[in-house]
Design a protein around this ligand. Structure first.
Ligand code: RFL
Ligand code: PHB
Length: 389
């Protein structure tokens, strides 16, 4: 079997790339290890930058997002009992859209089905071949039979644990990593959100976040030690801890209910350079991970897809390969800026086991600066709503 671009992974990066390429007449084949139901059961990101919204609209998948997504023109950072509102609209004239990654993925699958894009789910033993040569190909097993796809290019959209990044020789890869000494315990519940905007809470007991998906679906997180397991946290214990970390006026109004999803995600910053090796291009979490504090993971996957799809479409339509040549450099420039923002918000908002009184004063001063200084507010707002592509 032959295609132009073989795409490994049907997360948001793989599906969005496939959608943009197919609409431009470039043939793709998406290989996914999990079932479609499994991909759609994952609860992850919730905040979309304007650039991501624009790209989804360009991919023809924006209709339901326009109806059901919520426009947010600010968010809150809390500290002690104080609430600092960052007004994105006033600080930098931009806003974000709250619309879950699960819904983005569902919309992409529907659009892909409508144009007859090719996906194979449940593949095993994906191996990438001849990446440095002229005839790259992919082999995989399905139901005990080995298949081969010949292609011009391979897009590695298979997330942090995928096979693509590891197919680049170690002598070529440069990896940068920071592992944080805590995770986020997340709960999804069919309750009205605490507030109409997101609330990021810095508290002596640890960080908390009150987010949402829609008027009857809330998403909350609390910082937990890496040694905690989901089974250690009953719903009642989660709600009690969350209330302790929110300003008391707000906590009084929190509506609690049974959790419909509960999971712990470790926090990590990671970048692998370069993002191209011969015929292989890495995209999204396959090349980089950010801690979720800045809401950047999904948005970086989208900006990678933007650069890569432009490069591939120009290559096929005008024989101009300059976009492919500069892909890694352009994507990485934006990624490192998002790395800095995610690291700085994570550092400002969490309790670190090794931190003492000095570090806590630094957090307090940073928060005070954000509450009083328009330049600091603008920097935060520009980064949160998304730097230009
Ligand atoms: P994904 O979504 O991980 O998709 C990769 C896909 O590749 C498949 N795969 C393979 N397929 C074939 N062969 C193999 N060998 C394969 N290995 C893996 C996987 O099954 C999967 O379907 O990466 P992508 O597309 O780059 O998208 C990135 C985003 O998903 C990610 O950045 C965000 O979800 C990160 N993230 C969050 N980002 C935010 O902006 N805000 C958040 O609140 C937020 N919460 C989260 C998150 C990531 C989490 N993870 C990864 C554990 C919460 C969690 C729990
Ligand atoms: C979420 O709603 O899941 C969410 C929102 C903002 C973040 C992280 C997660 O920074």
């Amino acid at each position: 079997m032959r295609t132009q671009v073989a795409i490994i992974g049907a997360g948001p990066a793989g599906l969005l790339l496939s959608q943009l390429l197919n609409r431009a007449g470039v043939a793709t084949m998406v290989l996914e290890r999990q079932s479609r139901a499994h991909v759609l059961s994952r609860i992850r990101a919730g905040v979309l930058e304007q650039g991501t919204v624009d790209l989804l609209n360009r991919a023809g998948v924006g209709a339901r997002m326009a109806r059901e997504g919520q426009h947010h023109s600010g968010c809150y950072l809390t500290h002690d009992q104080q609430m600092i509102r960052i007004d994105f609209a006033q600080a930098c004239g931009a806003e974000v859209m709250v619309y879950g990654q699960t819904e983005v993925t569902r919309d992409l699958y529907r659009a892909q089905d409508a144009i007859g894009a090719q996906h194979v789910h449940g593949v095993k033993n994906v191996v990438l071949h001849d990446l440095a040569g002229k005839t790259p190909y992919v082999t995989y097993d399905l139901d005990g039979v080995t298949h081969r796809i010949d292609c011009d290019f391979i897009a590695g959209c298979d997330g942090f644990h995928g096979v693509s990044r590891k197919s680049i020789p170690e002598s070529v890869r440069r990896e940068y990593e920071k592992v944080y000494p805590f995770g986020w315990l997340g709960v999804l519940s069919e309750t009205p959100p605490l507030h109409e905007e997101l609330i990021y809470a810095n508290h002596p007991r640890g960080f908390a976040l009150a987010s949402m998906r829609n008027p009857m679906l809330s998403r909350y997180y609390i910082q937990v030690p890496l040694s905690d397991r989901v089974e250690d946290w009953s719903d009642a214990a989660f709600w009690d801890e969350l209330k302790l970390r929110l300003p008391s006026d707000l906590a009084r109004d929190l509506v609690t209910g049974p959790s419909i999803e509960k999971s712990i995600a470790p926090l990590r910053s990671f970048v692998s350079e370069p993002m191209r090796f011969g015929g292989l291009f890495l995209c999204g979490d396959a090349a980089h991970i950010v801690p979720p504090t800045g809401a950047k993971g999904l948005n970086l996957a989208a900006s990678d897809v933007h650069y890569l799809s432009e490069g591939l479409i120009a290559h096929y339509t005008t024989r101009d390969s300059s976009g492919l040549e500069t892909y890694s450099e352009k994507a990485l420039a934006r990624i490192w800026q998002a790395m800095r923002f995610s690291w700085s918000v994570t550092t400002m908002m969490h309790r670190f086991p090794e931190h003492g009184a000095y570090d806590q004063q630094m957090q307090r001063v940073e928060l005070m600066q954000l509450s009083a200084n328009p330049a600091a507010q603008r920097l935060f707002a520009e980064n949160y709503t998304g730097l230009p592509y």
